[in-house]
Design a protein. Structure first.
Length: 278
């Protein structure tokens, strides 16, 4: 009887050891798999190429550079508009104000039309690019609208979370969703967007970062620290000390024809051409 008990104890101990060993092996495998899937973002160097005047009264929400002109969406209730600007002088050439109940957000230009989001009104606008006259409205289902761009095939926008949405250009209905993450997990506060050479470049609200996002995986593959721009331009640090003072970095425009990137911020007095990894 004692021998049987000893055998049973030995058998139980062996099973426990095997189970623990398998659990450890599973944890090791999971850790290895997670490590293999982790993308460590590289650092993108920043170089200032040119500095241009910018309307310091514009609370910049969207920025585009098309055929030699700057197109911009300025936000805030009862102050929002879309505008066309001469980049060299900063002079506003055309301007379409929005109704006071709308807070203008991100914009993008595709096939002769300018598309614009609103902040919490769940309403988007489509304008004729030449005249900046509204053509139609469309609706979207997210609680908020923030940044906007396109890849030539889809309208792309975000809502201030870590989610990015792709819309059909004809129906403006959602087709797919991309979730943004980095080595630490989900990346919130994705703001202004620009599609550059197959990647999404994004401002991250309340930071001085521009993030480079893989459109296949949503992984942040690179980051540009833009904080030195404030010092070079003589712009006070974030957050602003008073209402109307230069606010957060926001606004990325890309000129595909010349491979130039332009950036600015909310209430910034300057627009900057920068060299990143373009």
């Amino acid at each position: 009887m004692k021998l049987n008990k000893l055998l049973m104890v030995a058998l139980m101990a062996s099973c426990l050891f095997t189970a623990c060993n398998n659990a450890d092996n599973n944890k090791t495998s999971e850790t290895a798999a997670n490590d293999a899937n982790t993308v460590m973002p590289v650092s993108i160097p920043l170089q200032v190429v040119n500095v241009y005047p910018h309307d310091a009264a514009c609370f910049t929400e969207g920025l585009e550079f098309i055929d030699g002109y700057l197109y911009e969406s300025c936000g805030e209730y009862d102050k929002s508009d879309v505008r066309k600007t001469d980049i060299t002088s900063g002079k506003v050439l055309q301007r379409t104000p929005m109704e006071k109940q709308y807070f203008g957000e991100g914009i993008t230009v595709l096939n002769g039309k300018l598309y614009q989001l609103t902040y919490r009104e769940k309403t988007g606008f489509v304008y004729d690019l030449k005249s900046l006259k509204p053509i139609k409205k469309f609706s979207f289902n997210t609680a908020e609208g923030w940044g906007m761009t396109n890849d030539g095939t889809h309208i792309i926008f975000d809502d201030g979370t870590n989610n990015i949405y792709y819309l059909d250009t004809a129906s403006l209905q959602p087709l797919k969703q991309l979730s943004v993450s980095d080595e630490h997990g989900p990346v919130e506060n994705i703001n202004e967007l620009e599609f550059i050479k197959g990647f999404l470049y994004a401002n991250q609200w309340q930071t001085e970062w521009i993030l480079k996002i893989d459109t296949a995986t949503g992984k942040v593959v690179a980051r540009a620290d833009m904080s030195e721009l404030r010092q070079k331009l003589g712009i006070s640090s974030y957050p602003p000390a008073r209402m109307g003072a230069p606010d957060v970095l926001n606004g990325i425009a890309y000129d595909k024809a010349t491979n130039k990137i332009f950036v600015t911020g909310k209430f910034w007095p300057k627009l900057v051409e920068v060299k990143l990894d373009n």
